[in-house]
Design a protein around this ligand. Structure first.
Ligand SMILES: O=C(O)C(=O)C[C@]1(C(=O)O)C=C[C@@H](O)C=C1
Length: 317
């Protein structure tokens, strides 16, 4: 079991550190936030300075998990000793891969992204169980080091997540639609509701609460996440605007929203009823076509559910 060093101890980093420790790993962390460092130490975790944490990772051949917001990633990369095993949990993968290539090309990097969170932030909001049952994307771009791919997969599985392999570009296009666009829409919806004045807010109930929940997240984190995926998010916003425009058009002309409501209803039921992938298959991570096979598996809704050395046990639909 590889040791784990987490840099950034907010909601996600703090949850990774707790979950890795709960899974029996040797762990330590570092954070620029004094408040998070004090709170993590008070909870019994080993928290040291960033340079000391990274040096220890090099000495112990540990996996470093960068869990800071995108604008702070470069500073962590600049402090990396040569050749460390590296992953991250940032919500956009292409820009982090580009940064690693530019600033720390010596790192043995395989990106990751756990699809879990809450609108809370900071160490205190973290939870060892946050990733249970969640998808954790592990970047399967050509050239990925199979050994580090296995390290990141093993960590994700140890937290209770399942692994969805995807290229950085596939990941960024997908999360633009299912994570970043929802944050933009929640922000817009919250403002539209608030502008309805005190009566509207006193009537706000389930639909408004559900639709605006993530607008309660820390604005600078949401901003960094959305701006970091600008290209793919613009495409998703355009798609949403087109559908909103069509909905407005049909409401204005025929008075009927039927198509929009029915398409959305069908999409929501398909999400609720999506089949659990059940067909078992294995992928040898050291085989020359492993990354292609893994990307194909992820694109078809498959997932890696266990790891046995360098053999990934997967399920497909
Ligand atoms: O559930 C939430 O509060 C989240 O915003 C989590 C959420 C998302 O679902 O969009 C947000 C960012 C991530 O990196 C992964 C997941």
């Amino acid at each position: 079991m590889r040791d784990v060093c987490v840099v950034g101890l907010g909601l996600i980093g703090g949850s990774v550190l707790r979950a890795a420790a709960a899974a029996g790993r040797v762990t330590w962390g570092a954070t620029a936030s004094q408040a998070d460092a004090v709170a993590a130490r008070a909870d019994g975790f080993d928290v040291v300075g960033v340079d000391a944490a990274l040096e220890r990772a090099r000495a112990q051949d540990a996996l470093v998990v960068v869990a800071v917001p995108l604008p702070a990633v470069e500073d962590v990369l600049r402090a990396l000793p040569e050749g460390v095993r590296l992953t991250d949990v940032v919500s956009v993968k292409g820009p982090v891969a580009d940064l690693v290539a530019r600033v720390a090309p010596h790192a043995r990097y395989v990106g990751g992204h756990p699809m879990a969170g809450t609108s809370a932030s900071g160490w205190a909001a973290g939870d060892a169980a946050l990733f249970r049952g969640a998808a954790w994307v592990v970047a399967a771009d050509d050239g990925a080091d199979p050994d580090v791919f296995a390290d990141v997969t093993a960590l994700a599985l140890a937290t209770g997540a399942h692994v969805v392999p995807a290229s950085a570009a596939e990941h960024d296009a997908a999360v633009a639609r299912v994570s970043h666009l929802p944050h933009v829409l929640a922000a817009v919806l919250a403002s539209v509701g608030a502008d309805g004045g005190p009566l509207a807010l006193s009537l706000a109930a389930g639909s408004f609460g559900d639709g605006t929940r993530v607008a309660g997240s820390r604005p600078e984190l949401v901003r960094a996440m959305c701006e970091g995926n600008r290209g793919a998010l613009l495409d998703a916003v355009d798609d949403a605007l087109g559908r909103l425009g069509a909905a407005r058009g049909s409401l204005a002309s025929t008075g009927a929203l039927a198509k929009t409501i029915e398409a959305g209803h069908a999409a929501r039921l398909a999400l609720r009823d999506r089949p659990e992938p059940t067909t078992a298959t294995t992928v040898d991570l050291t085989s020359p076509d492993a990354l292609e096979v893994l990307r194909d598996l992820g694109a078809r809704g498959g997932r890696v559910v266990a790891l046995d050395g360098t053999t990934a046990h997967a399920r497909t639909s």
